[in-house]
Design a protein around this ligand. Structure first.
Ligand SMILES: Cc1ncc(COP(=O)(O)O)c(C=O)c1O
Length: 393
């Protein structure tokens, strides 16, 4: 089969986009000699507060640590149940196991690929205390329905906004919907710092607990009795390095411009693919999505043969990269119980965390991942549209 996609992928898919200003930001910190702690960390936190309209922010060495802090900050008890999507990256969920919390997997709904509010309702028990929401691939999940259920059933919301820097729902930014919210700043993310994470909240007590967990130097700045933990913290160290923070600040400044470029490219191709019958997750006008990854869906059948044809035509397409969590050996072989050391009286845990998740499995099998087109279009988008047209004809 003759290739249709002949233009180079390398420049348009290159990420992160780093320039002289990023270099200077990091070099300034290097030259200052303050390469561990340093005021740039507070600058990063303040930028994230402004960006999301939240009151408190604490920078972490990665998003996973930020999520551990988020779960810890809420003061939940071992054995408490937390509703979580099975279709997400492991770090949205696994840190909660270390606190003896029980993950109750839920289906995802097909419109946004986020946790399904209807399935949440079916899985709430008197032990359910919280829900994890994730704006997968940059598509805001059903925050209105989920917030309503959370209020009604007194559930805390842990928002994993790691894919959604700059996304909005009804004019409100992702990162502002959780009792506690977290961004990952890992190198693939939309505002990368190399490695990094930011925990944000409006609740001082949650901020204080997160600080005590992992940021020994910041405990000293607390003005409450929690300052007494300054000599020990709570046994974990999760502070970001000032070098990473400098890059995080510099990249956040470019988020809008970089998102605009990705959005323009992905929306351009999405409209062409939509006309061919693909579902490109174009949201309604009250939702501003971003593209951490460019995922689309086709027809009712699994796309394996179709993917092969597209690949022969020169497209860099694959299946999405996250396996469903409930199917992973950490859960199916019971290792989560080694880590969770659950108290007696939690019930049959294997039964609680298991389920069939037919809807999520079916929907997941229909997804196709395209490259992220992050730079200036060199004509490759039209070639992709042509390859998709040929592949279905
Ligand atoms: C949805 C999601 N949550 C959390 C994380 C964890 O972030 P980090 O890699 O910064 O620890 C990631 C990714 O890397 C992610 O994709």
């Amino acid at each position: 089969m003759k290739k249709v996609v002949t233009k180079s992928h390398s420049k348009i898919t290159r990420w992160p986009i780093l320039d002289r200003s990023d270099e200077s930001a990091v070099i300034d910190v290097l030259r200052s000699g303050t390469i561990s702690k340093g005021s740039i960390i507070q600058v990063l936190e303040n930028e994230y507060k402004t960006f999301t309209g939240r009151k408190y922010a604490l920078a972490h060495n990665n998003g996973t640590s930020g999520l551990l802090a988020a779960f810890f900050s809420l003061g939940l008890s071992p054995g408490d149940e937390v509703l979580v999507p099975t279709a997400t990256f492991w770090a949205s969920v696994l840190p909660l196991i270390w606190l003896g919390l029980v993950p109750v997997f839920c289906e995802s709904e097909p419109e946004t690929l986020g946790i399904d509010p209807q399935d949440m309702l079916k899985k709430i028990t008197p032990k359910t205390k919280a829900v994890v929401i994730v704006h997968l691939w940059g598509l805001p999940c059903k925050v209105e329905e989920i917030s309503y259920i959370a209020r009604k059933h007194n559930l805390k919301i842990i928002e994993d906004a790691s894919h959604a820097h700059g996304a909005e729902f009804n004019g409100k930014p992702c990162g502002a919907f959780g009792d506690v919210s977290v961004f990952s700043l890992q190198g693939d993310k939309l505002a990368p710092a190399g490695e990094g994470g930011v925990f944000i909240t409006d609740d001082y007590e949650y901020y204080e607990r997160a600080t005590c967990l992992g940021d020994i130097s910041r405990i000293n700045e607390l003005t409450t009795p929690q300052r007494r933990f300054a000599a020990t913290g709570f046994g974990v160290k999760t502070r970001i390095s000032s070098l990473a923070a400098a890059l995080g600040v510099s990249q956040l400044k470019k988020l809008k411009k970089n998102n605009q470029l990705r959005n323009t490219n992905h929306q351009y191709l999405s409209h062409k693919l939509q006309a061919l019958g693909f579902d490109c997750f174009i949201p309604s006008s009250n939702i501003q999505r971003v593209y951490f990854e460019f995922i689309i869906r086709y027809g009712d059948t699994e796309p394996d043969n179709f993917l092969q044809t597209l690949q022969q035509l020169g497209c860099h397409v694959t299946r999405p990269r996250y396996p469903l969590l409930h199917q992973q050996p950490f859960f199916t072989e019971g290792w989560y119980k080694e880590v969770g050391r659950y108290p007696k009286g939690c019930g049959d845990l294997d039964q609680i965390i298991s389920g069939s998740f037919e809807k999520t499995i079916t929907e997941n099998n229909r997804l196709i991942k395209l490259p992220n087109f992050c730079g200036e279009d060199n004509g490759i988008l039209d070639q992709y549209a042509e390859a998709f047209r040929l592949a279905i004809s």
